[in-house]
Design a protein around this ligand. Sequence first.
Ligand code: UDP
Ligand code: MN
Length: 661
Amino acid sequence: MMLRAPLCRSLCKWVPRRWWHAISLGLVTYITCTFVFTGHYYKNRQIATDSEAQPPDGLPRFIINSDSESKQMIKTNDSAVQSLVLKEKTFNASLAENHNQPNAKFNDDDGNDADDVDDSNEMKPREAAAENKRDIEKVKHEEVIAQPEEEQYPPLVFGDEGQGQMGEPVHIDEVNLHGDEKEKYKTGFSNNDFNEYASNLISVDRRLPDMRDPLCRNLTYPDPLPATSVIICFLNEAWSVLIRSVHSVINRTPPHLLKEIILVDDGSSHENLKKPLEIYMSKFPKVKILRNMQPEGLMRARILGAKFASGKILTFLDSHIECTADWLPPLLMRISMNSTRVVWPAIPGIDRKTFAFKTNVDAKVLQVGIFTWSLVYTWETPRLEDRATPISPVKSPTMPGGLFAIDRDFFFHIGTYDDGMSFWGAENVEISFRIWMCGGSIELIPCSVVGHIFRSRNPNSGGANSGKWTRNTLRTAVVWLDEYKHFYSRVSGRKLVNYGDVSARLQLRQRLQCRSFQWYLENVYTTAFLPKRATLSGLIHSNNNASFCIHGEYDQMNRLVLIRKCEKKYFHNQVFYVMPNDELRLISNCMDIGKGRPILYPCHRMKGNQDIRYTKNRTIYHPPSNTCLTWSKESDKPDFRGCDGGTRQEWFWEKVPWTDV
Ligand code: UDP
Ligand code: MN
């Protein structure tokens, strides 16, 4: 096999041939004993840990089963979980020692000028300082990972080798790939919606530029800070991408702040994420692996990780991330000052095609999390005036959810996740409402930077998972939105049905005496569109033909305003709002005069192009240009023209209150 050749070459340099059999035998015996011992040890320990880690009353108990129990429960179709945890043993004590060294910075003395790009602040992976040990390490992994179907276990690139160092892009000339290589490239993309082929060429320890705002470099953090358990859930993650995520945590986290890394396999089917992952990770004493027997969704996977975790702080990360220098202390510090704070890092994108990691995180342009009235997570640029300095923590109405740190006790106090949700989505909005409304707060921390591969589609969203996101948003709406749940329903076009049992979540809200959603809107998400504030809301009919109305797409930016048949079933296309500040809104978009033809554009509150008024003459009038909205005969696209008093410039309202059910 391909992987055997380099193995023998390297080993033969320092191992006399006659010892070879003895070493192989020893290694095999060792691995077997390790599995038997740790498997048994952890099965018992999990149960103990589970009972120690019980969340407060009223929360559903999550059972970690022994082997036989879980098989039984699977037969009965229960959402059973079998956890398998490995190690706290290592193949090689000296390697472990290496990984426990303080997280020192290394000089760039590799003589390679090409990557000497302003990396004075760059923290190099510890592996870089342990060249020899790494060679040994690599040899051992290659031996244990090698399997008949080699393509499932693409060889990893370590240390300073490979492409993409310092976050440089890796360009693959797809056209010139042939045969197997082309096939690998294509499957990599279609399986993951990112370029796995490129990732395989990049070191799992690649160095990264320091992308923080320069002001962050002068900060110091208190010592000691509480240590964290890092929890990474994954579902069929690409091998090199998952390994790089874990390496980036180990390489860039001071060991005394890292209690453990818990990998939660959410029922992956990829073969390389089973035994080979366990074998690979067994060299990292702090890495533990838990498994769901079948995909349960990231919410229950994270709850499982949290129950098992022993660190004071939980840090959740996605399985396709790269931590940068000093990423953790700024997060821990904020929580150590106030344990009800939930904090998340600045998250630059790792390019899904080239894996480039180059955008500087200019703290001034960071965006916080908000949501649309369909409960879709989205972003907003916070006002600079609200921040003491560009690098001060920023209050965030919601958080993106993949990457954040939270005090473990507080996580259980506020009710972890809604375990009636499944797959993916809306859980970040739900936990955000809950945190704010039940006594906590959420902050974006500009000086902590963790890259993430943002994708354009979720590779697991089809089949059995379709409809799950919608159900998750419904659960969020009925539990947290109070009277606004009807508004959500009309905006999203979803009936408030088929969301399962939410009684436990409503009880939780009651028990924690959480505040109202109105309070959240008035005190936290203060820039939200509040339909209550509108002086008038409803359909705008044309006086020329009353069955036609002004029509738009509430969640599409820059789209033309049109004239369409009136229909008021849902609020998102034709229910407009006249606001006291002379905006004509379609929820979060405003009618904007555009270039003569009106468009819908995010409201900017600066009047100008969006200074649009409904007058007593029934015109829709733009004072700065002294023009009126006109539906000309020839087109379904209205425009702004000189006001002439004709019926094509007259509009009347059919009132639709926002509370309309
Ligand atoms: N995930 C999971 N089970 C699921 C869906 C997702 O464990 O059913 C994991 C996934 O591998 C990732 C994290 O949860 O580490 C967040 O999912 P994803 O990255 O797809 O979400 P996005 O970042 O696109 O919002
Ligand atoms: Mn992700």
